[in-house]
Structures are given as C-alpha cells and as structure tokens.
Design a protein around this ligand. Structure first.
Ligand code: AVI
Length: 327
C-alpha cells in the first residue's frame, strides 16, 4: 500500500509520469481503447524485448543481421559514394548490435566519421559507449540522450559533415502509415541534399510467418503486452487484475497490419491515477501496430516525403529490406 501511495504522489511534479498518466487515461477512455506501445519499454519490457529478439519465430532481427553481416559492402558503397567523410547518426541505437558490423567495416575502409547514437535510455548509451570503447578504441562516438528529433536537431548542427541516418529494426512499422509519412517528412526537413537515410522495413510475406512471430508459443509476446498493465499498476497507482486480460494478435495480409490487443475477460472498473476506467466483458485494448510494407509502399513513402531511393538492400530470404534513401 505504501508503495502505491508513493507512486500516486509522484505523478504530480514529474512531467514524464504526468504525460504517461494523461496518455493512459485518455487512451483507455477512448473508443476503441488503446495504449501506446512506446510505453512497453520499462526495465522488464526491455528484458522481454531482448527475449523476443531471440525467439525462433521472431525473424526480424535475424533478417536485418543477415543484411548487416553479409551486405556490409553494399551499404558502405552507397554511404561512401559521395566521399569518405560523414557523421553516422543512429536513431534508437539500443546496443548497436547490427550497426557494429557496419562500424567495423567503415573503420577498415579508413572512413572519416563520427558515430552518433541517439537513444532515450541513458543506461543503454553508457553501456554502448563502454562496449564501443573496448571493441573499437579508434572510433569517435558522441551519444545523444533524448527524443529522436530533439537530439537529431543537435546532432545535425554539430558539424558541417554530410549526414548518414540509420533507423533500423522496423521501428517505422510501429507507426500508423500517416504517422510514418509525417515522421519521414520531418526527418527529410532536418537533412540537406546529399544526406542519406538507411531505414529498415519488414516486408509483406507469408501471413502465417508474420502472425507466428507475434503470437509465439512460449507466450513471450503476450507477457510483453501484459507488462504494460503491470507498469501502469506500479507507476500510476492502478489496479488492473492482470489475469483478466488475454493477448490477441491479428494480421491483415492486404493492409499489412499486424495488430496486438489485450482482451478484458470481465466487466470491471479499473482505477488509474485515481480515475475510474470502465471495461465491458470482452472489450479489447489496442496495444501495438507492426506495419508490414511491400517494396512499392516503401517507395511511395520515400517519394511522398521527399527522398529518392538509391537501393533496397534485402536479406537472403527477401523478408526484410534496409532502404537506402537520398535526401
Ligand atoms: C520494436 N518493434 C519493431 C517490434 C515489432 O516487431 O514491431 C516490437 C515488437 N512487438 C512485438 N514483438 C516485437
């Protein structure tokens, strides 16, 4: 109880928590109910996502790793076509497992670049700084901790060099298509002609393969979704009964939309930051979109947001692409 009261008091005067509370209450009072998947990533959520990346069904990480390991030469060629001097900025760098292959290759080519990872997590940035310092002592690294575009505006002004932006892992897929367009359009506005973007897209494929990746037998994706309810309980003094919610996943092969929901098995009233939220029996909460693209749809996004595509680098199964776009 003491723990709960402390968290309740903490909401006031803590802008991040206030925003979280506002988003959650607004999302749960809307029709349909929804929560934002960007809130999945507390400490437990980070750990569950790590597990997801190692699941046999979750092919995305393996496919993009295949590209970064086996097509490094193609990526480097495109990046360095206009010269070997640039800044390499990674949005949502995480532990940079994939990009490390590219960093290593660029160093062997004696490219003149600074690596600028941007991430919301201070922890991951200091871990990354250590790891890169050990693995690549000759690499220049400047980490930026904060929201993508806040930090990108600092990073692009930090030097007059050409910019190469990495936005990997199909993170663009967690945005609705209109949001993805707005994101790419904003990104383009931060860049100068000649700058390059490398963006990871998960491609439309056998619908069963996609559904299985988000509906794993071990229930890790279910736990990943349910963890957000536990986080709301803990941080927003809420009283969700987690057992009353079941993970439900859909994939629409025409739209390419893979969506996760939590379904309330009971009619109930849940209190969040002191505010009541009503659930009917079998009511869904929309949790996350993982949008899949065709190559044509990637291309449309590039053109509509002011980029020219240079290439679409594919993994060996043609399940995933890292699009290389020129500003
Ligand atoms: C981070 N993002 C690209 C993942 C995805 O595939 O949409 C998040 C995820 N959700 C469930 N599994 C993985």
């Amino acid at each position: 109880q003491t723990h709960k009261v402390l968290n309740g008091n903490n909401v006031k005067g803590n802008p991040a928590l206030e925003q979280f509370s506002k988003d959650v209450i607004q999302g749960l009072r809307g029709t349909p109910k929804k929560l934002q998947s960007k809130y999945f990533y507390d400490q437990a959520g980070d750990a569950l996502f790590q597990k997801i990346m190692f699941m046999p069904e979750y092919y995305i990480t393996d496919c993009e790793m295949d590209i970064f390991k086996n097509k490094t030469h193609d990526i480097a060629d495109l990046i360095m076509e206009d010269g070997a001097s640039f800044d390499l900025i990674e949005l949502g760098a995480g532990d940079a497992t994939k990009s490390s292959h590219l960093l290593e290759y660029l160093l062997t080519l004696k490219a003149d670049f600074t690596y600028m990872p941007i991430d919301i997590s201070k922890n991951i940035l200091s871990y990354l700084d250590n790891k890169l310092g050990n693995n690549f002592p000759q690499l220049d690294v400047i980490g930026y901790e904060g929201e993508y575009f806040d930090m990108l505006s600092l990073a692009v002004c930090s030097s007059p060099k050409r910019k190469v932006i990495l936005f990997l892992g199909s993170n663009i897929g967690n945005m609705e298509k209109e949001e993805a367009y707005a994101f790419c359009h904003t990104l383009r506005n931060y860049l100068q002609p000649g700058d390059i973007v490398l963006m990871g897209f998960d491609l439309k494929k056998d619908p069963q393969v996609i559904l299985d990746a988000y509906n794993d037998k071990a229930g890790i994706t279910a736990a990943f979704n349910l963890n957000l309810l536990s986080r709301i309980n803990r941080e927003l003094n809420a009283d969700f009964i987690i057992e009353n919610f079941t993970h439900y996943q859909t994939y629409d092969p025409i739209e390419g939309a893979c969506r996760s929901y939590l379904i309330s098995s009971e009619k109930s009233i849940v209190t969040v930051s002191g505010e009541p939220v009503h659930f009917t029996k079998d009511e869904p909460i929309f949790m996350e979109l993982s949008q899949k693209y065709s190559l044509g749809e990637c291309e449309l996004l590039a053109r509509n947001s002011g980029f020219t595509s240079l290439n679409y680098i594919m993994d060996s199964k043609s399940w995933f692409t890292d699009a290389v776009w020129l500003a």
